[in-house]
Structures are given as C-alpha cells and as structure tokens.
Write a protein that binds this ligand. Structure first.
Ligand code: NAP
Length: 285
C-alpha cells in the first residue's frame, strides 16, 4: 500500500504502528525518528523500523506515508520541521490524543500538496517507550479519524484502509466532537486516577508495609496514574475547556457525597451509589 513510511516518534504507539503495518504488509520500508539513540537502537532491534534517524525532515523525504506519534505538544514543531521536505501526494497522519489543535496546525503549516488526516487509536496503556510496542496493539480497537475540510473521499478511503489493515475499527469524527468525547471518557478518568493516587498516598504514607493495605480497589482505579507525565500534560493543555468542564461535573458529584457525609444522609448515599452503579452498566453495555 505504501512504499516508504516515516514514523516520527517511534515509542509505544509509533513502534506498534511500525510492527503492525509491516506485519499486515501495508507498508514496505519504514524509517523511524526519535531524539535519543537508545530509542532508535531499540526500534531497529525490535524490527519496528528498517532505518532510523534523529532528523524528521530527512525521514519524510521520499515517504508516501508520514505517521507522527510524538506527544501532542510537539506535533506543531514537527510540522514546521517537515513542511519543506514532504513529498507531493504524501498522506500525513498523527496519533495524538486530542485533535482540534493538531487539525488547526495542519491547516496553518502543511503544504497543499499533501493530505493530512488526524488519527487517534483507542489503544495503548499506561506504559510508554518503544520497548512496550506490540504488533497486535491496535487489534479490535476503535481508531478515530478526523479528516480536514478539504479531504476528498478517495483520500479518506486510503486512511480507512490503512487503519483496517492494522486490525482496528475506524470511526470518522469531527475534531471538536472527538475532543469533547475524550474529555469525558479518557481525560477525566486519568485526572481522577492521578488525584486519587496522590490523595491515598498523602493519607497513609508513613505506615509500615503499605503494600499490604493496598487491594485491588486501589490498583484498579489508579492504574492510569502511571501514564507518562509529559504525554498527559500535553493532552490536558490541548483540551483545557472540555477537561475543565468535565472536572467541574466531577466536583459536583463529590460535593453531593460530601454533603451526604456531613448530614449522615443514608437516602442520598443510596441514590448516588445506585445511580453510579446503573451509569457504569449502561456505559459498558
Ligand atoms: P511514548 O511511548 O513516550 O513515545 C513517544 C516517542 O516520541 C518516543 O519514541 C520519543 O523518543 C519520541 N519523541 C518525543 N518527543 C519527540 C520530539 N519532539 N521529536 C521527535 N521524537 C520525539 O508515547 P506514546 O504513548 O507512544 O504517545 C505518542 C502519541 O500517541 C501521543 O501524542 C499520545 O497522545 C498518543 N496516544 C497515546 C496513547 C497511549 O495509551 N499511550 C494512546 C493513543 C494515543 P525520544 O524520547 O527518544 O525522542
């Protein structure tokens, strides 16, 4: 499908894309980009890339597919570095977890002779780095695509075929809707997990053999707090209005619980807990 692919940011997502796309026969040769020699060597050793470089502009020369998987806050700078070296007709896509800023930057910075379609695989984990990459990471996962205003159906079909080749389920969304949805379903859960991990630590630190007190409830609900700070900082900063609105809703919930404690109001506890139980079941149905 694609002869030469440049993967800029060959970590968990970029490395998994390289492994999956090569295994599927969707790409022929892959050049991977990372700043550190350690990442580049690991990407080569794992077979996620056939060649590596630290220079994004060098990587995109001759590439008919460019896959950008750096933290969201670095994508704009990558566009600036590659814009003059992109091949006419190349498909450029990214894996960033928020889409409005990236779509705007693509319009401002990328030349008209390439196609940019935003992407966001709903795959991954709290792990990071190329050593955590897996060829089956995208299998069965939803994969959002956000076309631009000038994207043609043929161009979109190309991106859809690529996502399907990874074993993922593509879903086309408008960037604004995508970011609102992610604030509620992904960014708020991360924020809450991070706050919970810190709060529990604050409440019980200093106790001996702390690990013995921490059951599945704590580990299940705080797993996300292991995520890489630089990746999550960029996600929050690129979706601040939606995440802040979701957080306000969460605070309203917590305040209702807080009032129920002050008043020892058993009916309110029953109602809030029953509502939460039903909500979870409905969402996961
Ligand atoms: P990651 O494992 O830390 O990988 C990021 C890679 O980019 C690393 O190889 C890093 O290597 C390289 N890199 C970082 N900054 C760079 C820069 N300025 N220029 C060139 N290379 C750079 O992170 P990830 O989890 O794969 O996340 C990548 C993107 O995917 C993010 O935009 C994230 O929002 C998105 N995403 C993540 C998940 C998830 O669950 N993890 C899911 C969906 C989407 P060096 O440090 O060696 O440069």
């Amino acid at each position: 499908m694609f002869e030469r692919t440049a993967i800029i940011g060959i970590g968990l997502i970029g490395g998994s894309f390289g492994l999956a796309a090569k295994r599927a026969g969707a790409v022929e040769s892959v050049i991977g980009v990372a700043r550190s020699a350690d990442t580049r060597e690991a990407a080569l050793a794992m077979g996620a890339a056939d060649e590596v470089t630290a220079d994004p502009a060098e990587a995109v020369r001759g590439a008919d597919l460019v896959y950008i998987a750096v933290p969201v806050g670095a994508i704009r700078s990558i566009f600036q570095q590659i814009r003059d070296s992109l091949e006419p007709g190349a498909l450029v896509t990214d894996a960033g977890s928020t889409k409005r800023e990236v779509m705007q930057a693509a319009v401002e910075l990328l030349p008209d002779h390439v196609t940019f379609i935003g992407g966001h695989p709903m795959a991954g984990s709290e792990q990071s780095g190329v050593r955590a990459a897996r060829a089956d990471l995208f299998e069965g996962a939803a994969y959002y695509l956000t076309p631009g205003e000038t994207t043609t159906q043929d161009e979109l079909n190309r991106a859809l075929a690529l996502v399907r080749a990874l074993g993922a389920r593509p879903d086309v969304k408008v960037a604004e809707y995508h970011d609102r949805l992610m604030a509620a379903t992904s960014h708020l859960p991360h924020l809450v997990a991070a706050a919970l991990a810190s709060t529990t630590h604050h409440l019980v630190s200093g106790q001996k053999e702390l690990g013995n007190f921490l059951g599945a409830g704590f580990t299940d609900t705080t797993r996300l707090a292991e995520g890489l700070p630089e990746v999550w900082r960029d996600i929050f900063l690129s979706n601040p209005d939606n995440v802040a609105a979701a957080l306000d809703k969460m605070i309203e919930q917590l305040e209702q619980f807080s009032a129920a404690f002050r008043e020892l109001d058993s009916e309110t506890f029953d109602r809030l807990l029953e509502e939460a139980r039903r909500a979870r079941r409905e969402l996961l149905d």
